[in-house]
Design a protein around this ligand. Structure first.
Ligand SMILES: [Zn+2]
Length: 263
């Protein structure tokens, strides 16, 4: 089954509601207008959404899916440049003067998203100032996020960054159990799988997490947070900036279901 086929089969229709933070900030009339022009989809793991140098077909508002933007080199190696979760939007290029994507986009963590065809989104963007403001605000937030991530990669250890990413994934998915392979985590951090495996195995020995075939469960969030770097609070704070309805990391984690530890 190729990516296009699996994507088509994954499309589902659900009521006019979205858990994407940007959409939830919209006034009811704008939200209704936006949601009337697209549809909810379930994104399966690794499904390809954008290809380098190809036209952008649609804009996505992730809900609990996480999408990655990658750059692939001539030798086939790829590195991750950015991720988009429910705090953001995929495809802003289409209203910033770019018709094609310079990066690939693929679903990293499976989940739901709201999809709007590019032509429809461009019309909505020109019509609703609230949507324009939210998208511009997110653009700056994304630049800030990339800046902090770059600084983090230069200064903090693989162990700290692994813990940081596990926490951010949990925060974005709004759950403490999610799918994330060690290969994916290595690609996110731009390091070898071996180095990531050393860090996550250490977390497992300390019972901070458990993992099996890509399924990660956070068992001890407080200590995992202490293992991470200061960048967790910084980036999580950026997700919440100007979005009072978005719960703080502490509120999210306090409301997650308790995990039964198996010994
Ligand atoms: Zn850091």
């Amino acid at each position: 089954m190729n990516a296009t086929t699996s994507f088509r089969q994954a499309i589902v229709e659900v009521p006019l509601h979205s858990d994407n933070v940007l959409l939830r900030r919209m006034p009811p009339s704008v939200l209704h207008s936006v949601l009337s022009h697209g549809r909810h989809v379930h994104l399966t793991r690794d499904v390809s959404l954008y290809q380098e140098g190809r036209p952008i077909p649609a804009v996505y508002f992730p809900e609990n899916a996480i999408i990655t933007r990658d750059r692939t080199f001539a030798n086939g190696q790829s590195v991750q440049i950015a991720t988009v979760g429910r705090e953001g939007i995929l495809g802003l290029e289409c209203v910033l003067g770019f018709d094609t994507s310079i990066l690939t986009a693929a679903c990293h963590t499976p989940g739901s998203a709201f999809r709007i065809a590019v032509e429809d989104f461009q019309l909505l963007f020109s019509k609703h100032i609230e949507l324009q403001q939210a998208c511009l605000h997110y653009s700056q937030g994304l630049i800030n996020q990339l800046s902090v991530s770059r600084a983090c990669s230069l200064e903090h250890s693989i162990e700290q960054r692994s813990a940081l990413w596990l926490l951010l994934t949990s925060l974005r998915c709004d759950r403490n159990q999610f799918f994330l392979t060690q290969d994916s985590l290595a690609q996110i951090l731009g390091v070898s799988r071996t180095r990531v495996s050393i860090a996550t195995s250490k977390f497992a020995r300390k019972e901070l997490i458990k993992f099996s075939r890509g399924h990660i469960t956070i068992l001890d969030r407080d200590n995992l947070e202490r293992t991470s770097c200061e960048c967790f609070d910084t980036i999580a704070g950026m997700f919440a900036q100007g979005q009072p309805e978005l719960r703080t990391p502490k509120q999210v984690f306090e409301n997650l279901p308790q995990v039964q530890q198996s010994h």
